[in-house]
Design a protein around this ligand. Structure first.
Ligand code: SF4
Length: 229
């Protein structure tokens, strides 16, 4: 799968040279409360404002890891800018419809992990992702490694997921505007996959999807292969 290659390259350039703490994934390290737990403002240690998105590849990623770029939860202050980026290696899938369905299923997982004392608020119409962390969770030692271990566990319930590099970014020197643009582009690609598969027009010169097909590697091949051309 090459659809997200350009965005993966740009993402890697954005965090290149920044200080990182890398944690190997060892299974679940924090309690999953199994439902959306409300952390009231008065119980909150702080809130993080940012974006969260997935980038998919069929390149080998190696071991599952949680990578923190910047300060970890115990050191953060209210209003810190934040990004969560899940770089996910997918098994090679035989057909494009399956690839599209797999991407959609995996994107949905972010709405279904519930670390105790770590309330994730997302917006289904954008890539906005805000996190409110309780004082109790901070006292009990929550960290990105522990909260992130639950998200990786959920991803890996899908047998198409071969490896995950899960990034939590709080470094003040990172360009969050650029990360927001990348997240929007990744949403655009996912939504275009569906429209390209269903598109009956086979004339690129008159097609409304030409801009995205010209920009995203593999998109044209996806359409013509799916249309049997
Ligand atoms: S390949 Fe892309 S631009 Fe060409 S017809 Fe198909 S969807 Fe449209």
């Amino acid at each position: 799968m090459r659809f997200f290659d350009k965005q993966i390259g740009e993402f890697q350039r954005e965090i290149d040279g920044k200080g990182k703490s890398v944690f190997a994934f060892h299974g679940k390290l924090w309690e999953d409360v199994g439902r959306n737990e409300i952390v009231m403002q008065r119980e909150a240690a702080f809130e993080l404002h940012g974006t969260g998105f997935e980038l998919f590849t069929s390149d080998k990623l190696g071991k599952d890891e949680i990578i923190v770029v910047g300060e970890d939860l115990k050191d953060l202050k209210n209003g810190t800018l934040f990004a969560r980026v899940s770089l996910i290696e997918l098994d090679s899938v035989s057909d494009e419809q399956t690839a599209h369905d797999t991407v959609k299923k995996i994107e949905y997982i972010k709405y279904h992990y519930f670390p105790k004392g770590y309330m994730v608020r997302t917006n289904s119409l954008s890539s906005e992702e805000n996190v409110r962390v309780s004082k109790k969770a901070v006292k009990e030692g929550i960290s990105f490694e522990k909260a992130g271990s639950l998200l990786i566990s959920k991803y890996k319930e899908n047998s198409a997921v071969k490896a995950v590099k899960l990034f939590f970014i709080t470094d003040k020197t990172v360009n969050y505007t650029a990360l927001n643009s990348l997240s929007e582009k990744s949403r655009e690609i996912t939504s275009a996959l569906d429209r390209v598969i269903r598109n009956l027009n086979l004339d690129c010169d008159t097609c409304k999807l030409k801009a995205i097909c010209d920009e995203v590697e593999g998109m044209k091949e996806l359409h013509f292969k799916n249309a049997g051309k």
